[in-house]
Structure formats: structure tokens, C-alpha cells
Ligand binder design. Structure first.
Ligand SMILES: Nc1ncnc2c1ncn2[C@@H]1O[C@H](COP(=O)(O)OP(=O)(O)OP(=O)(O)O)[C@@H](O)[C@H]1O
Ligand SMILES: [Mg+2]
Length: 265
């Protein structure tokens, strides 16, 4: 009941925000069709927290989406501007930052390719699979080491993902692949002044802390089930050379006993 009310509220919020779309759906579809040389249609995607509105892009006759568009609503932007104040970044800046990070991840096989980045919207490949947090706990346990390794791999490549939370990791069991989405904030240039080691620690902490927090919010959650995740977490931080976190801190982050570090301003 609570869940369906939440979904309904989200849908209504989406439809309201859509009244302030920065770029019309018809215009977006036309731009994508021109880019790929085939007709497409857009379908609303109600998932996500909603700094941007998302649409799935289907090529004619296909039942699986090929791409995903993120676009802005001026109604949401006005609210963000009011709440965030001086730190507010325009959607153009945010889309540019997110596109750059996703493109860097795509180059190492850990994210969707960006096929178009315009001022009011951008389009990336749709990654088939499930968000890490959507998986049942035994599957999260199974995939967790590969997710942590993937974080280390993008950090090794010099990519700074500013929000690797458990909903921003896409697991594709069919192809045995991990992908990361949704990276924006902090302000342009600040990634250059944060030391590499801090960025790596932040990415690990963000994933572990958000995973524990989001699991605790899931319907039917039982605290003892969380313990299932402790052995793989313990093993990962015990074994990996020059490990960025102690196993104890990593488990405390999952438990929510300590709070993750933030990116230094
Ligand atoms: N390229 C993609 N491939 C597959 N699924 C995606 C992709 N991008 C987004 N999604 C799905 O949509 C959800 C929301 O997308 P995303 O994380 O980019 O937005 P958000 O969390 O709402 O953030 P924002 O505030 O930036 O809009 C994701 O958790 C994921 O399930
Ligand atoms: Mg997200």
C-alpha cells in the first residue's frame, strides 16, 4: 500500500515536472533519430530521485530500449536553485559533467556510451540489467566483490565518479558486466584538487554506506540478513593490496555505525 502510494506520487510529480520540460519530447526524438539514422520513440521512466527527467528510447519495432535520455525540467530547476543556493549548478553544467564521466567509464567498459550531449538533454546507451540495490541479497553478496573491483578499476584509470551509490551500479548477469551511471557534482575543477586516495576512499565508502542504508529501507528487511554481506566485504578489504579501507570500517559503513566521508569542498 505504502509502496504503491509512493509510486503514484512519483508519477504525479513526473507529469507535473514535465510541464516545464527544457526541451520538448518531439525535438529530442528528432535529434536522436537524426543522430542514429532511424526513427525512435520515447517512453517515460519513473525511476530515480529526479534531478532530471528520464525517458527510455526505443527504436521502431524493438521491445527493449536502446538508449536513455536525461533532460531538465525548469520547474525542478527553480526548486533546486532555491534549496541549493550558491552551490547550484545549471543542468547544462551537470549534464556535461555526467556525460564526460560516463564517456570515460565507457572507454574502460564500465559505463554507457554517450551518443549525444546537447545543452538541454543528453543521451546514453541503456544498460540492460538491474541496479545493485534491486537484486535479492544473495545476488548482492555474489556481485559485491566485482563491484568493488570495478570501483578500484575506474579509480586506477583516473575516473572520478562522484556518486557510486547502490542504485547507480547496473549489474548485467547475462553478460557478467558491471556499469556505473549518474555522476555529477562537485563543481567543475574541484575534482582536480581532491587527492586520488581521498577520491578512492570516497567511492568505496559511498557504495558501502548507501548499500547498507538502502537495504535497511527495503520492505521486509531483517537486520540479521545484512550479515550475509560481511564475509565478502571482510575478504575484499583484507586481501586487496594497499587496501583503501580497513575491513572493520568497511563493515561499520554497511551497518550504518559510521557515516561515509564526503568529498572535500
Ligand atoms: N544508462 C542506463 N541504463 C540502464 N538503466 C539506467 C540508465 N540510466 C539510468 N538508469 C535507471 O534509471 C535510474 C535513475 O537514473 P539515474 O541514476 O541516472 O538518475 P537519478 O538517480 O534520478 O539522478 P538524477 O537526479 O541525476 O536524475 C537508475 O537507478 C537506473 O535504474
Ligand atoms: Mg541515480
Amino acid at each position: 500500500m505504502k509502496e504503491s502510494l509512493y509510486k503514484l506520487k512519483r508519477r504525479i510529480g513526473f507529469l507535473y515536472a514535465e510541464l516545464g520540460l527544457a526541451a520538448g519530447r518531439g525535438l529530442i526524438a528528432k535529434a536522436i533519430s537524426a543522430k542514429i539514422g532511424r526513427p525512435v520513440k520515447l517512453a517515460r521512466l519513473f525511476k530515480g530521485s529526479g534531478w532530471g527527467l528520464k525517458y527510455l528510447v526505443y527504436e521502431q519495432g524493438e521491445s527493449s530500449p536502446a538508449y536513455l535520455v536525461k533532460t531538465a525540467s525548469l520547474i525542478i530547476e527553480r526548486r533546486l536553485q532555491r534549496v541549493i543556493g550558491r552551490e547550484y549548478l545549471t543542468y547544462r553544467e551537470r549534464f556535461k559533467m555526467e556525460s564526460e564521466v560516463l564517456s570515460s567509464l565507457a572507454r574502460i567498459g564500465l559505463g554507457p556510451c554517450v551518443i549525444l550531449c546537447e545543452k538541454d538533454f543528453f543521451v546514453r546507451e541503456f544498460l540492460p540489467g538491474f541496479s545493485l540495490i534491486e537484486l535479492p541479497l544473495p545476488d548482492i553478496k555474489k556481485w559485491l566483490p566485482k563491484v568493488l573491483e570495478s570501483i578500484d578499476r575506474f579509480c586506477d584509470s583516473g575516473v572520478f565518479h562522484t556518486d557510486p551509490n547502490s542504485a547507480n551500479v547496473i549489474v548485467n548477469p547475462g553478460e557478467n558486466k558491471i556499469g556505473f551511471i549518474d555522476s555529477e557534482i562537485p563543481a567543475p575543477g574541484s575534482d582536480k584538487i581532491v587527492p586520488e586516495r581521498t577520491k578512492r576512499a570516497f567511492c568505496h565508502e559511498r557504495l558501502l554506506y548507501s548499500l547498507g542504508r538502502d537495504l535497511r529501507k527495503k520492505a521486509g528487511f531483517k537486520p540479521e540478513l545484512l550479515e550475509m554481506l560481511f564475509p565478502p566485504v571482510n575478504d575484499y578489504y583484507n586481501q586487496s593490496a594497499g587496501s583503501i579501507l580497513s575491513p572493520g570500517r568497511a563493515i561499520d559503513l554497511v551497518k550504518g555505525r559510521v557515516i561515509q566521508i564526503e568529498i572535500p569542498a
